[in-house]
Write a new protein. Sequence first.
Lengths: 241, 241
Amino acid sequence: MTDWRDQLRVVLVASRNPLNIGAAARAMSNFGFKQLRVVNPYDVAFREARSAVGASAVMAAAQEYQSVGDAVTDCSLVVSTTALGHRGLQHPLRRLEYGGRLLRKHLAEAPAAILFGSEKFGLANDDLSYCNWLMRIPTREEHGSMNLGQSVAVALYELIRNPRAPQAHPKPVRAAKGDQLERLTELLREALEESGYVNPRISESTGQKLRRMVRRESLTSRDADVWLGMFRQVLWKLHNK
Amino acid sequence: MTDWRDQLRVVLVASRNPLNIGAAARAMSNFGFKQLRVVNPYDVAFREARSAVGASAVMAAAQEYQSVGDAVTDCSLVVSTTALGHRGLQHPLRRLEYGGRLLRKHLAEAPAAILFGSEKFGLANDDLSYCNWLMRIPTREEHGSMNLGQSVAVALYELIRNPRAPQAHPKPVRAAKGDQLERLTELLREALEESGYVNPRISESTGQKLRRMVRRESLTSRDADVWLGMFRQVLWKLHNK
């Protein structure tokens, strides 16, 4: 079965800066997208980006096109990200959180393209005319324009992020067990009594305070063992001084 | 009231590349975060980034520290992003989708820091010892390491993204009304009859097909007007040929 990510074509239009083309390719590689298409890049920029040390497989496989129309012929959905400036256009404008969801749904069934304009001029109206709708990354109005490589990274992250991730990835560390915490509380109280910090007459309520304090720490099992070792050593020293 | 975003300190540790420091500052400005702290930057890199043309207010206000400890003294929560490599450490490791939610909850009440390591070496174990837990941006295992500016952008986007955005931002375009669509269907049928495309004998069922086709298009009101104008012109020409 095809990975849905292989259905996405990331299309960079008239990019001027080899670092940005390389950065876009890197974010694609990080997030598992492969199909990079470059429309009318400044030739030098494209060649530099391709030959850069550490250029990813994505960059090496990038394809060059003469026009946006040529680059999206196999796509049944074309969207682009835009800064706030394009409100005047008659395209539906969706925030990335929602647009990303629609785009992902489409990619499960058919190819789609996401266009990114040049660093300086964005997308021309002619390029935008190929789009079904536009997505807006929710930046501040006062500083809406993002760096190209960063906007590619953010848009692709929205596609691969997993809203159910919290459930899917439990904490990889083992929490301390009750008996460890109890021994730790006990050793701590003993050490405090030995050192004169605790008045033995009120030591029961102090014991409860200590227990609550120790249990509030959400210690890992391994850390609890380390603490136990440290307090044993302190107690030994107190008894043998 | 303080904006919760002002509670976040973005801490770059030992960054070598002025472009990356500048890119981090730009993403912060895009997403509305202000407090940039730089620990032990390569001096030249920091000076260059600060004096770059178009450096944002965030960059200009960046503060320099000698150690991670100094940079996070006012923070009651310290987290860092990490590539997969740091699994051996005893820190809880959370995916960004979940860690971002916890971090944002904390920021509503108290200051917190998010650390980003150097491009080449990441964070040293000593730096990591200040962290309460780690966040992992869900990159591919085969290519986990992200560009610094891109990882800052993605982490901050996760903090400001609004899962309820779809409801909050309805389509800004007005859909065509039923009477526009009906007139359009009518004009279209007339044009098709005039031009001989439609056989008048079966024109009722054809009318229904046309209506369904027109209504499937989810036209905007403005586009419907343009289509109406075009068909009127075509009809005029057909009548006056």
